[in-house]
Write a new protein. Structure first.
Length: 169
């Protein structure tokens, strides 16, 4: 699934992604988000909240952790980087079939190519051990899945978050 938002006023408008005040990642003109989410309804909510980002955005989706890793590796039908560009941000569900989100996070942090890729865990879990483990494994942020569209829209906007923020220049 690909959802894009663009327009002439958005061209070459850089963004900075920071974590606790430190520059984590810089994107020049298009934010490519890979969403690893097995629940179709949660993925649909993300696509509906996408306009809140206020930046040219392309959303790529995977149904489980194994597919997310294959996407990042450019395997299993994801080799064409024009159709499946390298993401600037990974939005990762914690509990997924085949390969769970924590295992994907560990794989990303061990990867030479993707170890600096910002990873945001978005999960229904409120178990403190899950949250702590995600941060120990290198998550840039962990958010509990919101209850509805308005909460998710606010979360996707990210402005004013003390631990993880996106700044549009």
């Amino acid at each position: 699934m690909v959802i894009s938002k663009s327009g002439p006023s958005w061209v070459e408008r850089p963004i900075l992604i920071t974590e606790r005040g430190r520059l984590t990642y810089y994107v020049s003109s298009l934010l490519v988000i890979l969403v690893a989410e097995d629940e179709a309804s949660d993925l649909w909510l993300v696509t509906q909240a996408l306009p809140a980002i206020e930046f040219p955005t392309r959303l790529e989706a995977s149904r489980d952790g194994d597919e997310a890793i294959n996407y990042l590796l450019g395997k299993e039908g994801f080799g064409d980087r024009e159709r499946h560009p390298v993401p600037n941000l990974l939005l990762l569900d914690l509990k997924m079939p085949r390969v769970n989100g924590m295992d994907v996070l560990r794989w990303v942090r061990r990867s030479v190519e993707y170890r600096f890729l910002p990873v945001v865990m978005l999960s229904g879990s409120v178990v403190q051990e899950d949250i702590d483990q995600a941060y120990r494994n290198g998550a840039n942020a962990f958010f509990t899945k919101p209850n509805g569209f308005d909460e998710l829209k606010h979360l996707m906007h990210h402005r004013g978050r003390p631990s993880f923020s996106v700044y549009f220049l």
